[in-house]
Design a binder for this molecule. Structure first.
Ligand SMILES: Cc1ncc(COP(=O)(O)O)c(C=O)c1O
Length: 407
């Protein structure tokens, strides 16, 4: 039976506490869920934001085979997957996915060999490189198998200003000189084929400019504005140099959820990597250019009531990776107005919640929270309940639920 709260509230993007409480009344807590109505809306908004570019789905921000398949099958704009480890790429390749870009380098001989085996079977997996040692290792193993392995160059998009490294520390290739060195090294390794260029402008794509914490928003906006033309120029110059050296690229990848509006304006970019926007975790609430829907959340159970306005729940302490800070903590989603305590936050075994609002809460009721990042939540749950139009329509395994833990 669809929830009676569906007609009343479910068609709006702002779902109520009662909508989800009613829907999940027979489900054991804690659990994680994806609201497929909001997920579909995010997908449509992301497709529109891509303009004429393709989208490569960043699998780390989804971590659920079922949902990756749903996405990839839903539009020809979805070009393939951006994986976060060779082992994951091989796992997905064996499950029928193709066109897999491994976005981070590996030095593990077995992992590389497993990728080579997929290549020999006709699958398209690109390994990430930026250092001669990556090329040497892949070349040696590819030669032993009599293959030419497609690789991608990771072009570092960070910018150093006096006293500030604006961006993330990724690759040693970040200008004309280092690109030339990379291309010269590449020429020594005939069993490696340069087929892709990726540049992730994390300082635009992964840095909110409407945050209420940390560095002032206006400073971030100014830094972003200054960096955008520099990023475009760097990418363009690198593509020209790669072409001049005789390589034919299958793709030029850039950006992420937070930079679609600027990455799509670059003529040389063929595809944008997007993952987080589908679930839209709390770190993606703070961008000027777009607003996606809170499609993914988790529920914990009220098990104690130590005083009038405090509801203590079991578990809940699922912080996100990255530099530690309040922005990495889970945030209470529903009921609206409920808060974590400053002293305890979301804890390993218990999470006290302060609430003075109109909603009546009893022991056994859920409190709904959102994670700061997208796919990481799936490392804490074996399953995701999928919800649509007032019903739980399916329960599907996360990577963890399929017995997989890649990073
Ligand atoms: C190489 C690369 N591209 C793109 C992204 C953007 O992914 P998302 O859309 O999940 O922010 C990331 C995220 O870390 C990344 O590492």
């Amino acid at each position: 039976m669809p929830s009676r709260f569906w007609n009343e509230l479910g068609s709006s993007s702002m779902k109520s506490y009662n909508y989800y409480r009613h829907l999940f009344q027979d489900y054991a807590k804690p659990f994680a869920f994806v609201d497929m109505d909001l997920f579909a809306r995010n997908r449509e908004d992301i497709l529109a934001r891509a303009g004429s570019k393709k989208i490569r789905i960043a699998s780390k921000s989804v971590r659920c085979t079922f949902l990756l398949r749903e996405l990839i099958n839903s539009s020809v704009t979805f070009q393939g997957l951006m994986c976060y480890s060779p082992r994951e790429a091989v796992y997905l390749s064996k499950k029928g996915f193709d066109d897999l870009l491994v976005a981070y380098p590996s030095m593990d001989a077995k992992d590389i060999d497993d990728v080579l085996r997929q290549t020999s079977e006709g699958k398209r997996i690109y390994l990430m490189t930026d250092h001669e040692q990556h090329l040497l290792k892949i070349d040696k193993q590819a030669r032993a198998r009599g293959l030419r392995q497609p690789v991608c160059l990771d072009l570092d998009m960070s910018i150093s200003y006096p006293g500030l490294h604006f961006g993330v520390h990724r690759s040693k290739v970040n200008n004309k000189k280092s690109t030339k060195q990379y291309l010269n090294a590449l020429a020594k390794y005939p069993n490696v084929a340069l087929k892709g260029l990726m540049g992730y402008e994390a300082q635009i794509a992964g840095l909110g400019d409407k945050a209420s914490f940390g560095v002032k928003n206006s400073v971030i906006r100014r830094l972003k504005k200054r960096a955008i033309p520099e990023i475009a120029k760097r990418r363009e110059q690198t593509v020209e140099m790669i072409r001049a050296a005789g390589h034919k690229l299958d793709f030029v990848n850039g950006g992420g959820t937070g930079s679609m509006e600027t990455t799509r304006t670059e003529q040389y970019v063929t595809e944008i990597a997007v993952g987080s926007g589908f679930y839209s975790p709390t770190l993606f609430d703070y961008y000027d250019n777009f607003k996606h829907q809170p499609a993914c959340a988790f529920a914990i159970e009220i098990v104690r009531k130590p005083n009038r306005n405090t509801y203590t729940c079991a578990g809940g302490g699922f912080p996100a990776s990255g530099s530690p800070g309040i922005d990495k903590a889970p945030a209470i989603y529903l009921p609206r107005g409920a808060k974590l305590t400053d002293n305890e936050g979301a804890g390993e075994v218990q999470t006290p919640v302060l609430y003075k609002g109109p909603q009546e809460l009893s022991l056994g009721d859920p409190i709904f929270l959102r994670h700061a990042k997208a796919g990481e939540l799936c490392e804490r749950f074996n399953e995701l309940h999928l919800v649509s139009k007032g019903k739980v329509i399916k329960t599907v395994p996360t990577y963890r639920g399929e017995g997989q833990c890649f990073l």
